[in-house]
Design a protein around this ligand. Structure first.
Ligand SMILES: [Zn+2]
Length: 333
């Protein structure tokens, strides 16, 4: 019996197929269709599940369910997704679960993409040895999640918005419209706006040449990594600024929650890896109330597959009725 997880993002759709041991036995990655609205995106997700099943040498009848991690506002009970501003032409409230269920013939579970990514790190990734952790995912924005006693703390549904912790009153403008949030310093979208602003004011950088050379239209994580490796001054300064902001916000969260580990993930976190995480730890240390026993600060272990793996974990591992019956009749079966 297999379960599938779909990580729905603004640029790509990643699918992972998990076997009963939670090992990834098949996967598929396709670009998110940009010009056919939500119908195009739903079709691409359904197609990618099929391709991933083929890669796992499996068929649809072996599937017990599909989990979907998606950005935006999720109504779990209704199976709908709305306010997904990072998805192309995602207008209003879209029925995701019913459409996918009809196409794939199995139950569909829907949840927030960052929350499933954090749960995946907690259960199968870098957070596995710890009972409590904070996940900080640096990508286009900065998302996060708090795990306590191996359970994601949801609050009233929106807990874990570490990206909007204030690190500087009246500071840089955040994509949420407020000022001084962590995301305004450590989210890729805000960092790109700041880089363009600095270029406009005569500062020099290779960031945009590297971007064009890589055939990208945005400052993707790989662009930042390359500029950093080439000692580009602006890139180094902006990454340092991100590390400073992350250190401050994480220290505040640790002082409040006293968690055992902090896992840094997301596109930028995974790409910049251990050196980035080490510098964030250095920035965090002076602000800890108990510096003699700091939390572990680690790079996310599941990388690009974390979101899809976490989405698959949404599917309850139910045993088919015939197997249950067999187990009752023959305990050794
Ligand atoms: Zn904000």
């Amino acid at each position: 019996m297999l379960r599938a997880g779909v990580d729905l993002g603004g640029t790509k759709i990643q699918v992972a197929i998990l076997d009963p041991n939670l090992d990834v036995v098949g996967q598929c990655r396709v670009p998110t269709p940009q010009d056919h609205g939500s119908n195009g995106v739903l079709d691409a997700m359904i197609g990618a599940v099929g391709t991933a099943l083929t890669a796992a040498n499996a068929t649809a009848d072996q599937l017990i369910g599909v989990g979907v991690g998606a950005p935006g506002q999720i109504d779990k009970a209704a199976g709908t997704l709305s306010h997904a501003i990072n998805l192309p032409d995602w207008m209003g409230t879209v029925e995701v679960s019913s459409v996918m269920r009809t196409a794939l013939g199995v139950p569909i579970e829907l949840a927030n993409d960052v929350q499933v990514g954090v749960m995946a790190e907690s259960r199968l990734g870098a957070g596995r040895p710890y009972d409590s952790m904070l996940g900080v995912f640096c990508g286009t924005g900065v998302g996060g999640g708090v795990v306590m006693h191996d359970t994601l703390w949801l609050g009233r549904g929106a807990a874990g918005e570490v990206g909007h912790m204030v690190v500087e009153p009246d500071g840089a403008k955040c994509t949420c419209g407020r000022r001084g949030c962590l995301e305004a310093y450590a989210g890729r979208a805000a960092m790109e706006i700041e880089a363009r602003h600095r270029v406009k004011h005569g500062h020099k950088t290779d960031l945009f040449d590297i971007m064009e050379h890589k055939g990208r239209t945005r400052l993707a994580s790989g662009v930042w990594a390359k500029a950093l490796a080439h000692d580009d001054k602006m890139a180094t300064r902006l990454i340092k600024r991100a590390e400073w902001a992350l250190g401050l916000a994480i220290a505040s969260a640790v002082n409040l929650l006293d968690i055992e580990a902090v896992i840094i993930g997301g596109g930028l976190g995974c790409r910049l890896g251990a050196p980035f995480v080490d510098r964030i730890r250095e920035q965090m240390m002076p602000h800890l109330v108990l510096p003699e026993r700091p939390p572990q600060v680690l790079v996310a272990a599941l990388g690009d597959l974390g979101g899809a793996t976490g989405a698959a974990l949404l599917v309850e591992h139910t045993v088919a009725p015939t197997e249950q019956l067999g187990a009752v009749l023959d305990p050794d079966a």
